[in-house]
Write a protein that binds this ligand. Structure first.
Ligand SMILES: Cc1ncc(COP(=O)(O)O)c(C=O)c1O
Length: 412
């Protein structure tokens, strides 16, 4: 039973919320999925699966097999026997998850590289002079788009609300993150797709929010968040079929060649999105990525999303009732948010560290003033939500964050 450390007037209400949370956990159809992940310390309340998802139990044996049997024993023969089929399988599973055709999906590189290739290709293909983005887009996306605009003589327009801009024919395309990494706000894909060709960054929605790409031109995303693919896991891109012959990969590599093993000196790109491959796939990372993807496909994104809605709604409600000192910057309407909730406070960094160091609750910090709580539904319980709110209440009551230095390490 969790105990609320605040005033006795609110104590009963909190106790009631704790009991309801335990009941919700008992009834949770996804509750068993925690068993599919390595959870060495059950007392750790991990609310950072939106940054790095937990390790699926199946991964170590998969890696052991790739190392010992494939690399160690079968050696080069593993390319045909195991590794090219692995690449095709992961691509097909991602396509299934995204509801698109496998020929429209490429797996590999990082999100920033996939974004660079597609943005530059789109900037070269669509003639209009401007590119639209969200002023609060992920920094790497902004850097890439800025560079692409410079290199193609276009203007990058950074809008505070790209979905509220009346978009004219001056725009070649737009590139926006489906869910903002800071506030967790979610844009409506269809709304912007109706106005201009869109290149979406799905990093904060893939695997947790149902995504309908039917009217989108292109998309990229990472697999180390809700897909639990592991640190630096391969990213992916989607390119709508009508544009396959029209867009050129600005980094033409041999893996995007139509006949890579003919070793021709002239570049002849593959007819489908595979022309956006560059290099030899990173087999170990690719192999580590498959079990997480399997778990999401098995559980089903619509079921995962229902639980994400319930977890985030519970958190928002409890924060509203018990933690008046923070400002919730995430939309209340579940249709306008993803699966993380961000709270603003001037002492966000030290509060975040106090939660980790003194209470074993792991959110993350996003400068300048946000504590971000991610609710990855396959591994997060309703009682974790209550425990996190309880811990936050204690940190603020006891002012334990005063003992935390303001200096920050590299990764926050
Ligand atoms: C929305 C978004 N886009 C892009 C990236 C960068 O991804 P990568 O390091 O794979 O280039 C991140 C990283 O967290 C992200 O959250």
């Amino acid at each position: 039973m969790w105990s609320y450390s605040g005033s006795s007037a609110l104590n009963n209400e909190f106790r009631q919320a704790s009991e309801l949370a335990l009941e919700a956990d008992r009834a949770d159809a996804l509750g068993g999925y925690r068993e599919a992940f390595i959870i060495d310390d059950p007392s750790l309340i991990y609310l950072d699966g939106n940054s790095l998802g937990r390790l699926p139990k199946a991964v170590p044996a998969v890696i052991e097999r790739v190392l010992r049997k494939e690399w160690g024993s079968t050696l080069i023969g593993s390319w045909n026997r195991s590794w090219i089929p692995l690449l095709d399988r992961v691509r097909t599973k991602l396509a299934l998850l995204l509801g698109v055709h496998p020929v429209e999906v490429v797996v590999g590189d990082s999100t920033s590289i996939q974004l660079y290739k597609l943005s530059l290709a789109m900037a070269r293909h669509f003639n209009a002079p401007k590119i639209l983005t969200d002023a609060r887009n992920f920094p790497s996306d902004l850097y890439v788009l800025e560079q692409v605009a410079r290199d193609t003589g276009k203007e990058l327009v950074t809008a505070e609300r790209p979905d509220q801009l009346s978009v004219s024919r001056e725009f070649a395309y737009g590139s926006v993150s489906h869910v903002r990494f800071t506030t967790g706000e979610r844009f409506d894909l269809g709304e912007l797709n109706d106005q201009l060709p869109m290149l979406w960054d799905l990093s904060h929605s893939v695997g947790v929010v149902p995504i309908d790409l039917s009217t989108s031109t292109a998309a990229v995303g990472c697999s180390y968040k809700y897909l639990n693919g592991g640190p630096g896991a391969p990213a992916f891109m989607y390119l709508q079929r009508d544009l396959h012959g029209a867009l050129e990969n600005p980094i033409p590599g041999w893996f995007g060649h139509d006949r890579p093993f003919e070793f021709e000196s002239g570049y002849a790109p593959r007819p489908d999105a595979q022309r956006f491959q560059i290099s030899t796939p990173a087999v170990l990372s690719l192999a580590a990525m498959e079990p997480g993807l399997d778990l999401v496909l098995e559980a089903g994104v619509s079921v995962i999303w229902s639980k994400a809605c319930a977890l985030t709604a519970l958190f928002i409600e409890l924060i509203g009732s018990f933690i008046p000192e923070v400002v919730n910057v995430t939309p209340i309407d579940p249709e306008r948010r993803g699966a993380h909730v961000s709270l603003a406070h001037p002492e966000a960094w030290r509060i975040c560290q106090s939660l980790i160091q003194h209470h074993h609750v792991v959110p993350d910090f996003r400068a300048p003033d946000l504590v971000r709580f991610g609710f990855s539904p396959l591994t997060t319980r309703y009682c974790d939500v209550v425990a996190a709110v309880n811990a936050l209440r204690r940190v603020l009551d006891e002012k334990s964050y005063h003992a935390i230095p303001s200096v920050r390490p590299t990764v926050t």
